[in-house]
Design a binder for this molecule. Sequence first.
Ligand code: GLY
Length: 562
Amino acid sequence: MTTMSRYLLLGLLVIATVGRADQPQYAAVASAHPLATEAGLEILRQGGNAFDAAVAISAALAVVEPSGSGLGGGGFWLLHRQSDNKEVMIDGREKAPGYANARMYLDEKDEVKPRASLDGPLAGGIPGVPAAIVYIAMNYGRLPLATSLAPAIRYARDGFAITEGLQKAIKGRSDVMSQYPPSAAIFLPDGKVPEAGQVLVQTDLANTLQSIADKGLAGFYYGDMAAKLIQGMQQFGGIWSLQDLEQYSVLERLPQKFTYRDISVVSASPPSSGGIVMAETLKILEHFDLRAMDRITRVHYVVEALRRAYRDRSVYLGDPDFIKVPVDRLLDPDYIEAMAMTISADKATPSDELGENPGPKQSGESTTHFSILDTEGNRVAATLSVNLTMGSGFVIPGTGVLVNNEMDDFSIKSGIPNSYGLVGFEANAIAPGKRPLSSMSPTFVESSDRIGLLGTPGGSRIISMVLLGILDFADGQLPESWVDLPRYHHQYKPDVVLYEPAAFNQQEQQQLKAMGYELRESNRLYGDMHAVMWDKRTGYVYAESDKRGEGAARILKPESKP
Ligand code: GLY
C-alpha cells in the first residue's frame, strides 16, 4: 500500500469512527406531536431533505394538532440551504380579505364588537399554509409534493388518537364550534367533546390535502376547491372572495439578521415583530455584563430591555408591504445606547414613562413550532398558527379546513389591546390584502462551534421565550436547558412581569417587588419549544421538545435510512 493510500484509508477510518465535523452526524426533528415528528422522519428516510420534511410536518400538524395550525392558517418558515448558505424566510402569513376594512370590528359608536375578530368566519384571514407548503416543495424540496403530503393524508383518512392537549383545546372552544355544524360534525361528534384517546377521522381534510397533492396551488386557491371554500365561507357570513384566494401568494423575505456578542442570530422579519424586538432587546443587553450579574439583577435588565423593545413594537411595526418599518432607526447603535442609558441599575421603569399607551390584557396560547436539521446541514425552523386555540372555531363545510382568527393580530382599534394584550396603532391597522403583525419567531443561532434552531408558540410571549433560549445558548447550555427554562415575560403593557411558578422563589419575588415590579404568576406553564442543536466540533446533534407539551424530538441515524 502506498503512503498516499494509507493516509486515505486512515482518513476514511477517522470519518467513519468520529463522524465529520463539517456536517451533522444525524438528522434531527422536534415538533409538537409525535405523529408530526414521525412524518418528518418518514420523509427523511425516503431521501427527502429538511425542506421536504418541513412540508410533511406542516401538513401533518394540520391534521393532528389542529388547535395550533392548519391549512386554514399561516406561518413563517425559516430556511437555511447548506449548499449555497441561502437563508430565507418564507412568509405564508394570512392576508386580510379584499372586503376587510379598518372599522370592520367596530360598532356605530366606534366601540369594539366583542369577539367579532375572534369567532367565526369573519375572524379569518386568507390562509397561507397551503401556498407555503407547495412553494417549499417546489423550490427547495427534492421529493414530489404528493410524497411529502402522504403521511398527513393517511393520518386524516385513517384517524389518530386525540391527545389530552387536543381534547382540552376542543373543550375550550366547544361553545363556538357548537354554533357551526361543519365544525361540530368533526370536533364534537354526537354533540360532545371527544375523550382523549378517541380516534379522530377527518375525511374532508384528507380530500383537501389530496387535492393539493394532485394539483398544487390550484388544488386550494383555484377551481372547484376555491369555489367550495368561498361558498362555504359566504354561507356562514364570511367575506372571502375567489379573487382573494387567487391573489394570495407567499413571499420570500430576507430574515432579520443580527449579532449578540459573538453569536449570529437569524430570525423572523416583518410582518413578524419577533426578529426586530429580539434584536432591539439583545442590543440593549450588550451594554451590560449579564454574566457578571446575580440572577435577579439579570432578570431586571432583561425585563427592562424587553419593555423598551415591546414598546417600539406597538408603535412602529406592521406589514412592510404597507408601511415603512423603521428597522434601521430602531436598531441604530445611538438609539440603542440611549435606551440602555434609561435603565436604572436598581429600579423598574414604569411603562407609562416610556409613552402614553393604554392597555389591560389577557393572554392566549396556541400556534406551533418545529425544528429540522438534515445530514447535509439544511435546516428549517418554522412557526405556524391559526392564532388562538382552534382558530376561529369555524370549519368550512366539505373541506375540513379550520379557519384562523389571525385578524385579531391586527390593531382592531388604535390603542386598544388585542387578545394577547398587545396594543397597536396605525402601523398595524387593518387594510385589504395586508398581513397582520405577528410575534412568531422561528430562529437560528450560531456561534463559532454550535448551531441552534428554536421557536415556540405562545402569542406575545413567543419573543421573550425565544430570547431566553438565545441567552441560554450564549451561556453554552444545550437544547434540553433552552426548552425547560422557567419563563418570565414583560411586554411593556400591561406593566407586569408574568412568570411561571418555577421562575422565582419567594426571596427573588421580594427582591423584584422591592425594585418596583408588579409580578403576576402565570396560572399555567406556557410555551412549547422544539429545538435542535448541531455541535460543529464533533458533528453531534441534539433534539429536544418542551416537557410542557406533548411533542417528540428524534434523531435519525443515517444507517436507519433504507
Ligand atoms: N398569532 C400569533 C402571532 O402571529 O403572533
